[in-house]
Design a protein around this ligand. Sequence first.
Ligand SMILES: [Cu+2]
Length: 166
Amino acid sequence: MKNPVVVAIISAVVTVFVLLILLVMLMPMIGPRFLHPMMMASEGMHAQNQPQGLDTATTKPSDAGNFVLGWASESGSVPLNQIHSWVVTVIMADGTPVEDAIIVVDGGMPQHGHGLPTQPQVTQYLGNGQYLVEGLRFQMPGWWEVRFGVTSDNTTDSVTFNLVME
Ligand SMILES: [Cu+2]
């Protein structure tokens, strides 16, 4: 004995449930587009402005002074919203190239509360302390942080670079 009203209610509930699951699955794709204008509006006009005196040096000593890191885009420029590669150079404080570094990449936009849209990875050691990092993408203008965690010879240290995308 099927009650058509019950069947209609159950199918409506199932449909809503499936739509909710789809929405949650799509959030990583639609989220940034919808959420960013909202966040920027709530933060006011200054949301896209980086802090005054932001250090955008592309060569820096690591936080504990174990290494010196530098980065350069492989193509010479950092294109907005395009996957591209960096060459990261790791040397000791005395200038000796670090040949066996294990490097992890992390980052995001501090003012937006989100991380990197991709998972950049070191894919090749180029020699002379230089490492190829593939898969970087910065999908919107503003202040980005890119952190490199470096491990060599049982020493781990990290560096955070600031980058302002136009
Ligand atoms: Cu953002």
